[in-house]
Design a protein around this ligand. Structure first.
Ligand SMILES: Cc1cc2nc3c(=O)[nH]c(=O)nc-3n(C[C@H](O)[C@H](O)[C@H](O)COP(=O)(O)OP(=O)(O)OC[C@H]3O[C@@H](n4cnc5c(N)ncnc54)[C@H](O)[C@@H]3O)c2cc1C
Length: 304
């Protein structure tokens, strides 16, 4: 452990850690510096350290919406597993809850359902963290982060804790002011949502439905989930499938035969394979359908 003053410590910083082990699509080269933080105090300190040292840094939740290049990341990668869920109490006709930003959404969704708290059950099939969901305004089955989110705590660029209200996150479809770089917020520490009371059985029934749908439609191979945002008026997957692109391969990356908006790693894909296939699909869709697809996923790090 590295002591940083006061009682807070951050875990040891490792070097040359392969990011393919920390992203859902299982590609990505080494991070120069890497640490895992287990609670928000550690997360705060790790980010403050990066800010004070002037290090380039990247926060990783579950790494389920990012593709890191084969060259890895020149800087400090902070893997956030700060997990925790607290019910804060009744407020304005709802029940306010708080999640540590590294809380896994499916776990939170199930726990909340068990306590009769509805509004986040759509998160049961999303393999990401509460913080990652804020950045990308994650959603599924008609539910979305910005619907119930009231505010978040984060660090500002000077390393001070600040609270940011929903409206200042300027949520859009799969985007926020953080993702677009309009709000300089180096890290999301805690996330608060206002939920509603409902019978646990009713919420759990919806959860079972969502899980069944996932099993039916979603590939089991490593992926980054939906690659492209849905263009106006259609689904990216339907459009890509209609052009006969299911099964298209570059190296070890393939357009999933099960769901055309998923690019899967068939076993030995490199990050460059994945990126080249994303570009190929985008080009074909533009050439043949005159639709410009925008990626939902983010590319990070060094590309060889
Ligand atoms: C099989 C599969 C299914 C999926 N289904 C869906 C779906 O139905 N709907 C949907 O919306 N998404 C879906 N996704 C995509 C992904 O799970 C979500 O976008 C999720 O919210 C990402 O969370 P994460 O913790 O993995 O973020 P990461 O991928 O780790 O990070 C995403 C971005 O957020 C930043 N970030 C993460 N945590 C923090 C933090 N605490 N503070 C500041 N910045 C942070 C990262 O730096 C990065 O820029 C799916 C992905 C997979 C693999």
């Amino acid at each position: 452990m590295t002591r940083l003053g006061g009682d807070v410590r951050i875990p040891e910083i490792e070097t040359k850690v392969l990011l393919s082990k920390h992203t859902s699509v299982k590609v990505g080269g080494p991070a120069d510096l890497f640490t895992v933080v287990k609670n928000s105090a550690e997360l705060e300190q790790a980010v403050r350290r990066a800010l004070s040292e002037g290090w380039r840094y990247l926060i990783l939740g579950s790494g389920s919406n990012v593709v890191v290049g084969d060259g890895g990341y020149r800087g400090f990668v902070i893997k956030n597993i700060s997990r925790g869920l607290r019910v804060l109490g009744e407020k304005d006709g709802g029940v306010e809850i708080e999640l540590e930003s590294g809380t896994f959404l499916p776990t939170a969704a199930k726990k909340l359902a068990g306590q009769g708290l509805a509004g986040l059950e759509w998160g049961v099939g999303i393999p990401g963290t509460a913080g990652g969901a804020v950045v990308g305004n994650a959603g599924a089955y008609g539910g979305v982060t910005d619907e119930t989110l009231t505010e978040i705590d984060g660090l500002d660029p000077r390393g001070e804790v600040v609270t940011v209200a929903n409206e200042d996150l300027r949520f859009e479809y799969r985007s926020s002011s953080i993702k677009r770089g309009e709000l300089q917020l180096p890290v999301v520490l805690r996330v608060r949502h206002r939920l509603r009371r409902e019978e646990p059985d009713a919420i759990n029934a919806r959860i079972q439905n969502f899980l069944g749908e996932r099993k039916r439609k979603q590939p089991v191979e490593p992926s980054v989930g939906s690659t492209f945002k849905n263009p106006p008026g259609t689904h990216a997957g339907i459009l890509i499938e209609s052009l006969g692109l299911k099964g298209t391969r570059i190296g070890g990356a393939m357009v999933s035969p099960k769901h055309a908006n998923y690019i899967i790693n068939t076993g030995d894909a490199s990050a460059s394979d994945v990126r080249a296939l994303v570009d190929r699909v985008r080009e074909v869709v533009w050439e043949r359908a005159r639709v410009r697809l925008e990626t939902e996923i983010e590319f990070k790090g060094e590309w060889l």
